[in-house]
Design a protein around this ligand. Structure first.
Ligand code: ADP
Ligand code: MG
Length: 385
């Protein structure tokens, strides 16, 4: 048993008594490339990380649901009828929202049994690694097993997204959940956000002696909500002006035409999305060809595009990427929605600690909040243990 499994087992026994029927585990994720492409129906390339949510769960004979998390010691007691009526509050909206969302997938919630669940996670919350998708997908694979629903992984990802959109009220895409359920060791998840088609792409980081360093800049996403809305609106205007359903339907050959139809700012927003989609496709081809250097160049190009065209970077994110470039990293870029959060760098394992220290020193010199550097390993997706 892993430490996480021991912790949830102890919590389960302490609060509910007895052995749980089983353990399930689902990871967080990091996005390698493909930013602000999801809502434009384009491409993303995340991977599942080696930090995960572990749950212990037992079905009950009645319709009661009891939940407890190592985050918050109090047991929350409710039932499936309240979940079906979308009566949620606090963090339990994530697991109960998942139970509710099964009802949208030919699952008769009125006929299901309740459950006891204990939850533990080592995915840092709000660091851009999707602790939310990890909890959703751990509960989704567990309920799929104990309710015997037999849904496929795309349906489970969709259930997690619906829980987040409807129960929690966060207007997110399906990338995080897809990465969490489709992850594999040393592989990325290439997701087409229009068709939801998924392909696992071997990364070969391990064989090349490379690791992915994540640097959490600790910059809060203070402009994130307004900035995100403005970017989405610019993309919608761009697609409408060019007469396509989504920016996904354009290529860089269309940009000359876009120049005549859009103002200078919208043109740059559109150019980011169109070239970013192409970079994701090129990145997959580079990985398949074992061309990690080419892949790294696309990471740097993606960062430049987010900094200059999409304008969602901040000085701290740029500083991490510049330090990585100076350290000779294969590639680096900001990751996530922007205006703060994390940057990533792909580099030889032996150099990762030094880059972390360099960045920490640089932030101190500039009077910025101390960053948190750590490495992540592409790992297996959601599963029963
Ligand atoms: P992130 O970037 O980590 O996904 P979110 O705001 O989307 O940040 O999700 C974090 C929220 O998910 C937490 O505030 C909490 O409500 C819920 N959550 C995540 N993991 C757990 C857990 N192990 N136990 C209870 N709630 C959790
Ligand atoms: Mg989240």
């Amino acid at each position: 048993m892993t430490a996480g499994t021991e912790r949830v087992r102890a919590l389960f026994q302490d609060r509910f008594g007895g052995e749980p029927a089983g353990f399930w585990r689902a990871p967080g994720r990091v996005n390698l490339i493909g930013e602000h492409t999801d809502y434009n129906e384009g491409f993303v390339l995340p991977f599942a990380i080696d930090r995960a949510t572990t749950i212990a769960l037992s079905p009950r004979e009645d319709r009661v649901v009891r939940l407890v998390s190592t985050f918050d010691d109090a047991v929350v007691e409710t039932d499936l009828d309240r979940a079906a009526g979308r009566d949620f509050s606090g963090w339990t909206a994530y697991p109960l929202g998942v139970a509710w969302a099964f009802g949208e997938h030919a699952v008769d919630l009125g006929a299901q049994r309740g459950f006891d669940v204990a939850i533990d996670s080592d995915v840092p919350v709000g660091a851009g690694l999707s602790s939310s998708a990890a909890i959703e997908m751990a509960v989704a694979v567990a309920l799929d097993d104990v309710w015997g629903t037999g849904l496929d992984r795309t349906a489970l990802a969709r259930i997690g997204q619906r829980a987040e959109n409807i129960a929690v009220g966060a207007p997110t895409g399906i990338m995080d959940q897809s990465a969490s359920v489709f992850g594999q060791r040393d592989a990325a998840v290439f997701l087409d956000c229009r068709s939801l088609a998924v392909e696992q792409v071997p990364l070969g980081f391990d064989a090349a002696g490379l690791v992915l360093l994540v640097v959490d800049t600790k910059v809060e996403h203070s402009h994130a909500t307004g900035g995100y809305r403005e970017r989405r609106e610019a993309c919608e205007r761009g697609a409408a002006a060019l007469g396509v359903p989504a920016l996904r339907d354009l290529t860089s050959a269309d940009l000359a035409r876009a120049e005549a139809l859009l103002d200078e700012v919208d043109l740059r927003r559109v150019r980011h999305v169109v070239t970013e989609d192409e970079r994701v496709v090129d990145a997959v081809a580079a990985l398949r060809a074992g061309d990690l250097a080419g892949f790294g160049r696309l990471m740097y190009a993606s960062h430049d595009s987010m900094r200059d065209d999409f304008e969602i970077s901040v000085p701290q994110l740029d500083a991490v990427v510049e330090a990585a470039r100076e350290a000779g990293a294969v590639g680096a870029r900001m990751t996530g929605g922007g205006f703060g959060g994390c940057a990533i760098a792909l580099l030889p394992a032996a150099d990762a600690q030094r880059l972390g220290e360099r960045v920490t020193a640089l932030f101190a010199e500039r009077g910025w909040r101390a960053p948190v550097p750590f490495t992540v390993i592409p790992s297996e997706g959601a599963r029963a243990l």
